[in-house]
Design a protein around this ligand. Structure first.
Ligand SMILES: O=C(O)CCC(=O)C(=O)O
Ligand SMILES: [Fe+2]
Length: 221
């Protein structure tokens, strides 16, 4: 793992090539082989102990996911959400690791969010970016702009179900404690990429926990 001092500041992620090169400079990174979508997986990114601490924090603050958390498609998201406190030591450690891994400027990041899915809960197919002509665009994007990159880490392994599926590239990623998944919500030319459409499939056994970090075109608040 790169140390913080060697972490470049690669800004918002709009310059996707710089982020891609930095991510690929780490050992153990897999790139999903598709020209349609820039998607990476890194197994064992977060240590199990840190995952367990984050699960505790999510349980302390979780509430039903609401429409304000999504692209206006709350009916499709039945999990529970928790905003994680930026000054929590487990959150600070995680943020430092994410920064070193992606090179993305934390000033462009939304606060780290946790999700908990019980049996039967899911997040149906969606993109993480907001539709520029959508009804909610101004409300969610007038200050910081649209989303650039998404970084997600599974904090545990449900007994069954709960995979993340990217339909357009026929890729299903299984939850695994500490496994990171990240992708560019844009194409290399900077336009929004509909091939990033993805879903959190229904949990069929046990409980699923993830953290998600979204980055924006401009600094967040
Ligand atoms: O839980 C998952 O597998 C996907 C979560 C997701 O897509 C999101 O929170 O935006
Ligand atoms: Fe998503």
């Amino acid at each position: 793992m790169a140390s913080l001092s060697s972490t470049p500041d690669l800004g918002s992620g709009i310059d996707g090539d710089a982020i891609v090169a930095h991510i690929l400079s780490h050992p153990g990174v897999q790139r999903i082989p598709s020209p349609k979508l820039t998607l990476f997986v890194r197994r064992g990114f977060l240590p199990a102990g840190l995952c367990a601490r984050l699960v505790e924090r999510i349980d302390a603050v979780r509430r039903p996911s609401t429409i304000a958390d999504t692209n206006g498609d709350a009916a499709y998201r039945t999990s529970e959400t928790g905003d994680l406190a930026a000054d929590d030591p487990a959150v600070m450690e995680t943020e430092a690791l994410l920064r070193a891994f992606t090179g993305l400027d934390p000033a462009h990041g939304e606060p780290l969010q946790g999700q908990r899915y019980a049996i039967g809960q899911e997040f149906k197919a969606h993109t993480d970016y907001f539709e520029p002509r959508g009804i909610d665009y101004d409300r969610y994007c007038s200050v910081a702009g649209n989303r650039t990159w998404t970084v997600m880490v599974y904090l545990n392994e449900p007994e069954a179900g709960g995979a993340t599926r990217f339909k357009a590239v026929d890729k299903i990623i299984q939850p695994e404690t500490g496994k990171l998944v990240c992708w560019n919500n844009r194409r290399p030319d900077g336009t929004l990429n509909p091939a990033t459409l993805h879903q959190g499939m229904k949990v069929r056994g046990g409980v699923k926990y993830v953290i998600t970090k979204w980055y924006r075109e401009r600094p967040w608040g």
